[in-house]
Design a protein around this ligand. Structure first.
Ligand SMILES: Nc1ncnc2c1ncn2[C@@H]1O[C@H](COP(=O)(O)OP(=O)(O)OP(=O)(O)O)[C@@H](O)[C@H]1O
Length: 304
């Protein structure tokens, strides 16, 4: 059975008359890298802020580690590390000194500072002033801060925003290590499908406050497997003919759609249709990309 580290029920947040997040039932499995994907303005940050107790839901519930955030807020948030928007640092202090400030607040040992610097690969730059850090280094310092108190869950809101390809790669590699090496589940938001595709094990797609898809990334990939599209003059008759003959067939926009694309099946199916007095205009194979599926869900307005 899957253990859910985050479970929301009908989570909703409105701003005046605008619904930013609509009856969200988010499920983040333990050990997952959950890619929370959606175009700008979809409701990702609003959801994340609710999960971190930074804003109150208008309605609905949040359970993290199986406990209600409302009644166990402090104990839950002690085990959650987060990076939301660009964190602010003391530019004149070094990376180490900045972490030491947080470590004192969190009552964390000096050894842990060294450990998190090592994890985010900032040890060589630990004594350098943060004002000299690149944006990628600052984001890694942000993740180091989030890791200080040994969290079981890491919540990262668009951590690669504004980074160059090298910076994006470093953050991605870092995120991918979290469940495997440190037993930390991750919820990471992004508006870039390509990014989520490369690191997530689960994906939730949000658009205009609605969760349109949520499952394992493989399930999304299966949707992009090749199918056979058959255009005929009498789609309904053809559909019934194939169905009666035991084909796994569906009717989509007047085309028959079959899962199987092997030669023998398509030849047999073609013969069946022709003998059944159906004119076959075209048999074509098509495999939608993940991008097609995403755009289909959110419409072409969604940025990728
Ligand atoms: N404080 C606020 N007051 C009014 N409306 C808000 C507020 N915060 C967010 N919204 C609105 O709620 C909707 C969801 O915004 P949100 O920031 O959660 O989206 P997002 O998916 O994180 O997008 P982005 O990637 O652009 O940050 C948007 O239409 C936004 O304008």
């Amino acid at each position: 059975m899957i253990e859910w580290v985050v479970q929301t029920s009908e989570l909703t947040r409105t701003y005046k008359s605008q619904i930013a997040v609509k009856a969200l039932n988010l499920r983040v499995p333990e050990g997952a890298i959950y890619g929370f994907l959606g175009p700008n303005g979809a409701g990702k940050t609003t959801t994340i802020r609710m999960l971190l107790g930074l804003i109150k839901p208008t309605s609905g519930d949040i359970h993290i580690f199986g406990q209600s955030l409302r009644s166990h807020r402090t104990s839950i948030l002690q085990k959650v590390g987060s990076l939301v928007e660009n964190p602010s640092y003391y530019g004149h202090l070094s990376g180490y000194e900045n972490l030491a400030v947080f470590a004192r607040l969190l009552d964390v040992s000096a050894e842990r500072i060294d450990e998190v610097l090592e994890i985010v690969r900032l040890t060589p730059a630990a004594s350098k002033a943060v004002k000299g850090y690149s944006l990628g280094m600052k984001q890694r310092l942000g993740i180091a801060t989030a890791l200080l108190a040994n969290p079981k869950l890491l919540i990262l809101d668009e951590p690669t925003n504004g980074l160059d390809p090298t910076g994006i790669h470093e953050i991605r590699e870092l995120i991918m290590e979290m469940p495997r090496q440190y037993g930390i589940s991750v919820l990471v938001s992004s508006h870039l499908l390509s990014e989520i595709e490369q690191m997530a094990t689960w994906v939730g797609i949000i658009h205009q406050g609605n969760l349109l898809f949520q499952d394992r990334i493989e399930t999304l990939r299966q949707e992009s497997e090749a199918k056979l599209y058959v255009d005929v003059d009498k789609p309904v008759e053809a559909y019934n003919l194939l169905l009666k003959d035991g084909y796994e067939v569906a009717l989509e926009d007047k085309s028959l759609v079959l899962k199987s694309v092997d030669h023998a099946t398509s030849a047999r199916m073609n013969r069946k249709l022709v003998l059944g007095d159906v004119n076959v205009f075209r048999i074509r194979e098509h495999a939608p990309s993940l991008e097609d599926i995403f755009l289909n869900l959110v419409g072409t307005g969604g940025s990728l």
